[in-house]
Each structure stands twice: as structure tokens, then as C-alpha cells.
Design a protein around this ligand. Sequence first.
Ligand SMILES: *Cc1c(COP(=O)(O)O)cnc(C)c1O
Length: 425
Amino acid sequence: MKIETQCLHSGYSPKNTEPRVVPIVQSTTYVYDSTEEVASVFDEPTKSLIYSRFANPTVMAVENKIAELEGGVGAMCTTSGQAATLLSILNICRAGDSFISTTEIYGGTVNLFSFTFKKLGIECIFIDKNASDEEIMKAFKPNTKAVFGETIANPALTVFDIERFARIAHANNVPLIVDNTFPTPVNLRPIEFGADIVTHSTTKYMDGHAQVVGGVIVDSGKYNWNNGKYPELTQPDESYHGVIYTESFGEAAYITKVRCQLIRDFGVAMAPLSAFLLNTGIETLHLRMERHCENALKVATFLENNEMISWVNYPKLKSSPDFELAEKYLPKGACGVISFGIKGGREAAVKFMDSLKLAAIVVHVADARTCVLHPASTTHRQLTDQQLIDAGIGADLVRMSIGIENADDIIDDITQALNEVKKCL
Ligand SMILES: *Cc1c(COP(=O)(O)O)cnc(C)c1O
């Protein structure tokens, strides 16, 4: 099936007389006829359902759908994108280990990697995504267990060279983990370019309606964990009566371990109602992404030709330093988020945002309605000046998430707000 069809049909195929729509199984637990039978499920956790912290039919339907959309062997939903990022690393890194990440990543991820992981004894080695192969190779240590990047960085909007980083990661015997939140699998399937693990904040385009916070981890099933670096996958798990994930679950070792061990212990399982809403969002993901991208390019082009705008950043603009990468990885489109600077710096940016009528100021991106945010004073407030520069965010940067309204209405709103800014100059 093509991706448009998968968005609608993957993950749930009702049989004769069963509900057309994925049912919300609002139950914490499942009934068994005998003690022996329930005991056997503890021995073989993927055999059937026992408790909704581990798995739930509504959540499983959306997990299977996302796994197919990304071309992976399995997926696991979490309560948020942050939880997905956290568990994707913790599944293969422990105290005393390190991993490598590019600096151009989501602000919440920067905090997690540089502060919270440090307290847990896990070191994140930050590198510039444009550093040479040699420089990146030098960053690896014997205890390095993964490489991490964002396919389109939020909010820097730079494009990650997946093939290059996969090659470097694999040359060092570690997997590549990518956060594919912004392009979604409709515009980019990182596994096809060598990524091993894919994460998402489903809060963004996948849900698409600003209704439910969620995350997901997808396992490509392609990484060979039997290289001596990942004893937690290749040797008995004493917390799960000695199961060896690579032996018992083969290509699904990573995604089974994260479920058996980390969802069990951290408890960040997605709720059935959230999964239901997410699934409804994904059904129209392909249509929405097309319109988001079409509108974003129109608005970005309009801004680029406006005298009050000092710069516009959108990977599908020819002026973007990542235009070539965008052509390669994002032929169908990038995402609906654009960023730009208004002449007059921070003050002009704030006046502009306060004057918008259609676009709302919200701490969110990537939903159907156009919205706007000033990252330096909100989402990235906790970052130091140097971290802001490393993340590609200046004080004049306005991040606008272009919705699926009529593009002319969005441009009219921007025009009237720029006129208000002009009055103050
Ligand atoms: C929002 C976001 C996250 C965090 O996701 P939450 O669902 O808010 O926890 C992670 N990565 C990217 C790229 C994001 O945009």
C-alpha cells in the first residue's frame, strides 16, 4: 500500500461485523480463565495482553500503523515526545556511557541531553551537524553507544544528512536515532536512508489538531546488536527472568526490550483515548502535510520579498543553506514551520506577533491552525546564550507554524501585522 492508504488502513483490519473504526478499549486489564495461563504470558510478554501499562489494543493499532508508515518492525507509543526521546536513549545507554548528538535539536531535548542525562551519568557529546566526517569520527569514545539527530530541526529548520550520519555511526558500531517529528513519514522515511531508530513527538503533525500530547519510538529492525557493545540486548535480562532479547525477539529486540523493561519501569504508556485521537489525526496526515507544505512555501516566498523582513529560513527556499539536502531528503515537501527575522529585532518581533489576528500565539507548532511563537523568550528560555546560538536561534527569530487555512488569509494577516509594526518604526 502507498503511504496515503496506509494512513487510513494500516494497524487495524476489522473482520465481519466488527466496528469500522478502531474501538477505544478503555480497560486497564484483561481476563484470564486460569492462573497458569496468565503466568505463561509473563514468560512470553508479547503472547497476549495483561495490563495496559504494557500494551492496549487501541494503542497497539496506532503503534502498528506508525511502524508501517515508517517501514519499521515495531513501534511503541509513549505519553509524550519527550518520553520517546528519553526511552530511545535509555534503552541502549546506561551510567558511564556516552552518545553523540547534533546541537540543532529541540530545546526540550537539549535540556534532557545536557542536564538530566548528566545527572544519570550519561554524557551527551554535542557536535555541529556541518562538522567534517573526520571531526565527527574524533568525537566517538569507547563508551559511545548512539548518534542522535533531528531530520528537520525544531526550530532551526536545518536538514539532517541522514545517510552521512548513518555511515559514520555504523562505522563506529553504533545505531543512528533520528527524531522525525517535523517531516513525518509522509515526507521522509529515515529508515530508507539508514536510520536505525526513529522517534516522534506525535503531538505535532501526526495528531495535527493540538488535541493530544504523545510520542512514539519506531525500530527499523535492521541494526545488528551482536557486536559486543550492547550486553543489555544480547545477554540475559535479570529483571525479566533471564530473557535474551536478541535471541527471543530477533529483529524486534530493541523495541521489545523498551516495552518489557522501560515502559514497565517508567510507566509512560499512552492512554487508549489518546491513541484513538492520534489515530484519527493520522488518517488525514497525508492531506494535511501537502497543504501545510504548499502554504508554508507561499508564505515563505511572500516574506522573502518583503522589505520589512531581514531573513527567512525554510528548507525549500533556494536561499536556504540546506536547500540541496532538502531536495534530496524532502522532495515532496518539508513541513509547515518557517522562521524569519523582522527588521527591528526583538521589539519588532514582539509587536508583529501581538498584532496578528488569525495566527494565535501558542506554545505549540504543527497543527491545522496557523500559530506563532518567539522561541528565545518561551520554549528556549532555559538555554544559555551560547546554547541559543548553537541551536540556531536569535532574539529576532519568529517561528511561524503555517496551518491549512487558505494561504491568502494567512498572508493578509501577516500584511496587516507588518503594517502595525511599520507604524511604530
Ligand atoms: C515537541 C517536540 C518534542 C517533544 O515532544 P512533546 O510531545 O512536546 O513531549 C521532541 N522533538 C521535537 C522535534 C519536537 O518538536
